[in-house]
Structure formats: structure tokens, C-alpha cells
Design a protein. Structure first.
Length: 370
């Protein structure tokens, strides 16, 4: 059994209708409950909940402080390669885009690591395009042992792998994996994933199962907001989280909520989410699940990140470059997407302190558990 079995029991259209049918009474009922279920989550992300945003924000703030205190974990992405064997409509790394391609060598990675460590980071997210022959297990076997000694916590966002591959990477220092479904709507997924292994919807959907079975400490899930109607897609993320926590309770989980950003190829969002609606979503996830980690990237603006920081977020990226060689080698032509918050790590750290929070440069869990 995997989440695919549970997924097949869920009907997109029925769920969408149910979300939009929620009333003020449903929202008030959800807000009054000490523990919420998926039906309550539908109410909290529904249009009917928009007038209750202040109340949602207050509860979200309180729940987050109770579980995570006044800490804010900081991490940075390290792009190792922009080679990709997939054709995806929304990604600058898509094989159909005519951009310069680069895969970092060990010496180039050492330079990037040195630049990142100078900014105080102790938690890094390794990112590549999806190219299993040139940037696959052989490459990871070589590079992880070179990178891990410099970082307390090492996460990856790469192509989905088999369970035995994740188990092997764990022995090389892998702590966490981020694997986003992009959209949970199968036909929309097919429209945006045209060539390559990523066309396999179900293999990707089962990836968190394989990760948990391999004993990976933390799994990150999410949808790329804009590919489909955002409320329904984000409900499926919550349903996926609910399934994973019930079946693999020893694993930690995080959710990200990236909105489409400009990139090579220029896809326009099908569903536009306003800043206010993203705040609503963040609070809804926190009210649904007080212990899940919520991560906000530099896709979002300085002003938005500063204002939403206390409401439920537990981790933020900072000083991000979305191209291989972006830190020490100062590459500018290879990026996956445009970032919005371009502040240095020290400026983000100062902002966090000004809000009364403690910046944590390593993974929150490992920093406070020994």
C-alpha cells in the first residue's frame, strides 16, 4: 500500500465543490475545535474563511510558539547542476530551454561550500535538475561525502529515487528530502510534464512512501501554486500529510507553498493566489497540524516574508541563488527561477532578531535535541 491507493479514493471535483460549499458556520466550528480534521481544513482554506483571517492568524501564532518557541531555522539551497532530462513547462531548467548547462565539480563545490559557510549556514539543501545518468547516484555518491562534513543538516531536492538509493544516501549523510508533487491533478500534471521520467505521476506520488521506508529523517511535500486551482491542490497536500503521519509517525514532515515565479519559458499561472490568500493557507496548515514544519523561500518578497514570519513559519531560506555556481563562482545565466527577496543572510538574520526571534543556522530539530 502507498498514498496512491488513498489518492484513488479522492475525487478532485467533489473535493473542490466541498471546499467552495463551506459556510461561515463551518469555519467557526473549525476555529472552535482543539484538533482539526481534513473537513475542518477545507473550511479554513475556503472563501468563507477569508473574513476570519485575523482570528486564524492569532491561533496560528499561538500554536507555533507553543511547539517551536521563538526560533526561526535558516537554510540555503546549493544548486549542483542544471542538467535536466525532463521537459516541464514551468521550470527554467527544462531540457527544452536554451540555457547554459553546468554541473559543479568537486573543487567548484568546495568553493561554493566555503562561501556558504562564511554566511554562517549549517543547514543546506542540495538541488539539481533531474538527469539520472549525469547527475544521478554515481554523482551523489561522490559529492555527498565531500559536502556533509561541513553541515550539520543536509537535505536534497533531486529526481525521485528508489528506496534502496535513499537508504544508501542516508549512510552518506542525507537527513531530509524535499519532493513536491507540483500538482495533484493528473491531467494538469500531464499537460506540464511533457517528456522524461517526471511524466510518471504515480512514481512521483509514491516517493514520500519510499523515503519514509528508507528511514529518512524529514520529508518535505507541497504543490507548485498556480498550476491548478490552489485550494484543491493544497487540500491534497494536507491529505498526503495526514496519510504520511498516520503511517510513518516516526518521520518528520515539512510543507512548502511555492508560488509560480518568472523563469525561462514564461508560464502564466492558471490560478492566481493573492498575498492574503497565502497567509490564509499558512494559517490553515498550522491550525490543521501544529507540529508540521512550514518553510518559506526567497520566492516571496521581503515585505511579505517579514510580515508573515510570526504567523506559522518555522524555516526560511536566505541569500538564495538558484543556479549552479551562484555563490563563489557568481554565475548569473543559469538560474531555475527569479528570486524575490535578495537580501544577504546577515540582513535576514537582523530582520529575524528585530521581530523578537532567534535565528537557528542548523535544522531546528537537531539544534535543540542534542
Amino acid at each position: 500500500m502507498s498514498f496512491v491507493d488513498r489518492f484513488k479514493q479522492l475525487n478532485w471535483d467533489d473535493i473542490s465543490l466541498s471546499i467552495y460549499a463551506k459556510t461561515a458556520e463551518d469555519v467557526e466550528r473549525a476555529l472552535a475545535k482543539p484538533k482539526r480534521d481534513l473537513e475542518d481544513f477545507k473550511a479554513l482554506i475556503s472563501p468563507a474563511a477569508e473574513p476570519y483571517l485575523e482570528q486564524m492568524a492569532q491561533q496560528s501564532f499561538a500554536l507555533t510558539r507553543k511547539r517551536f518557541g521563538h526560533t526561526m531555522s535558516l537554510y540555503i539551497p546549493l544548486y549542483l547542476s542544471n542538467l535536466c532530462a525532463n521537459a516541464c513547462s514551468y521550470c527554467g531548467f527544462s531540457m527544452e530551454n536554451r540555457i547554459k548547462r553546468r554541473t559543479l565539480t568537486k573543487s567548484e563545490i568546495e568553493a561554493e561550500v566555503t562561501a556558504i559557510k562564511a554566511m554562517k549556514f549549517d543547514s543546506v539543501l542540495l538541488v539539481t535538475g533531474e538527469h539520472e545518468t549525469k547527475v544521478g547516484m554515481n554523482y551523489f555518491r561522490e559529492m555527498l561525502p565531500a559536502i556533509k562534513p561541513s553541515f550539520n543538516y543536509l537535505a536534497m531536492e533531486v529526481q525521485p529515487l528508489e528506496q534502496q538509493d535513499y537508504a544508501e544516501l542516508k549512510t552518506l549523510g542525507l537527513d531530509a528530502v524535499m519532493v513536491y508533487q507540483e500538482t495533484y491533478h493528473p491531467s494538469t500534471y500531464a499537460q506540464h510534464h511533457l517528456r522524461g521520467n517526471k511524466t510518471n505521476f504515480e512514481f512521483r506520488l509514491e516517493t514520500p512512501d519510499r523515503l519514509a521506508q528508507a528511514g529518512i529523517d524529514k520529508i518535505g511535500i507541497g504543490a507548485l501554486i498556480g498550476l491548478e486551482e490552489w485550494r484543491t491542490d493544497c487540500f491534497f497536500v494536507a491529505a498526503h500529510l495526514d496519510y504520511l503521519e498516520r503511517r510513518y509517525w516516526q518521520t518528520r514532515y515539512s510543507i512548502s507553498f511555492p508560488r509560480l515565479r518568472p523563469c525561462e519559458g514564461g508560464l502564466q499561472p492558471k490560478s492566481v493566489m493573492s498575498d492574503k490568500q497565502l497567509v490564509q493557507l499558512i494559517c490553515a496548515y498550522r491550525l490543521f497540524n501544529p507540529q508540521v514544519e512550514l518553510s518559506l523561500s526567497t520566492r516571496e518578497s521581503e515585505v511579505f516574508r517579514d510580515n508573515v514570519l510570526p504567523l506559522g513559519i518555522t524555516a526560511m531560506s536566505a541569500a538564495s541563488k538558484t543556479q549552479p555556481g551562484g555563490y563563489a563562482l557568481e554565475e548569473t545565466e543559469l538560474e531555475q527561477f527569479e528570486i524575490s527577496d535578495e537580501r544577504s543572510a546577515s540582513r535576514v538574520e537582523a530582520m529575524i532578531r528585530s521581530k523578537g526571534f532567534d535565528p537557528v543556522w542548523r535544522d531546528w530539530h537537531s539544534a535543540y535535541s542534542g
